[in-house]
Design a protein around this ligand. Structure first.
Ligand SMILES: CCCCCCCCCCCCCC(=O)SCCNC(=O)CCNC(=O)[C@H](O)C(C)(C)COP(=O)(O)OP(=O)(O)OC[C@H]1O[C@@H](n2cnc3c(N)ncnc32)[C@H](O)[C@@H]1OP(=O)(O)O
Length: 160
């Protein structure tokens, strides 16, 4: 597993494993592994604002998708989001420290069924997601014409 001795996942986002990309939309999601669950913290600011003082739903979905991407780091499995379903349960306020968790629900061949949740400081659910990720060959990621992070070369690429 790709993690530090304190359980944190280095450079939470898969893109950051050596390629120098920033987090999507400037969001600073930091994740760590807790048993089988990826946990993280994030705080939205005005860059992710939708209605005044409230995070945009797309930004919330991005954080959930990003946390799900961290699960791939733990699994060391190259995969992509095929389907993402988000339920928004309560307004996500800006400038509040929030908790995120993501986990594997089931693996069925190439299909990874994952789930994620965004919670406020009191662990009240604000949004939750279910997702289908499909395992792909690492070649999938060369389509953008950019060099891939060195760390990815050691990851599995079997799509069977
Ligand atoms: C080396 C390590 C690298 C690690 C890097 C990891 C991190 C990377 C960064 C991660 C960043 C974070 C994440 C991101 O941001 S990932 C970025 C957002 N996602 C994408 O760009 C994905 C774009 N889509 C595709 O490339 C293709 O459509 C994929 C690869 C997904 C499937 O095309 P492919 O030709 O391969 O598969 P298939 O069509 O034969 O279908 C196969 C099976 O799947 C079922 N199905 C398909 N789609 C759906 C659907 N929407 N709902 C329900 N089911 C669906 C389908 O019915 C079939 O089922 P069955 O008939 O077999 O039962």
């Amino acid at each position: 597993m790709k993690m530090m001795s304190d359980g944190t996942i280095p450079e939470h986002h898969p893109h950051c494993l050596g390629c120098g990309s920033e987090n999507p939309a400037g969001m600073q999601l930091r994740t760590r592994l807790d048993g089988d669950v990826v946990r993280g913290e994030v705080t939205f600011d005005r860059r992710q604002q939708g209605a005044p003082g409230i995070a945009h739903g797309g930004a919330v979905a991005t954080v959930l998708d990003d946390a799900l991407g961290s699960v791939l780091v733990v699994l060391e499995t190259p995969a992509v989001t095929a389907n993402l379903n988000v339920s928004f349960r309560a307004p996500t306020l800006l400038h509040q420290p929030l908790h995120v968790e993501a986990r594997v629900v089931e693996r069925d061949g190439r299909k990874l069924h994952l789930s994620a949740r965004l919670m406020d400081e009191q662990y009240t659910t604000l949004a939750e997601a279910t997702a289908l990720f499909l395992v792909v060959d690492v070649v999938h990621f060369t389509q953008g014409g950019e060099a891939l992070p060195e760390a990815w070369s050691t990851w599995g690429s079997s799509t069977t």
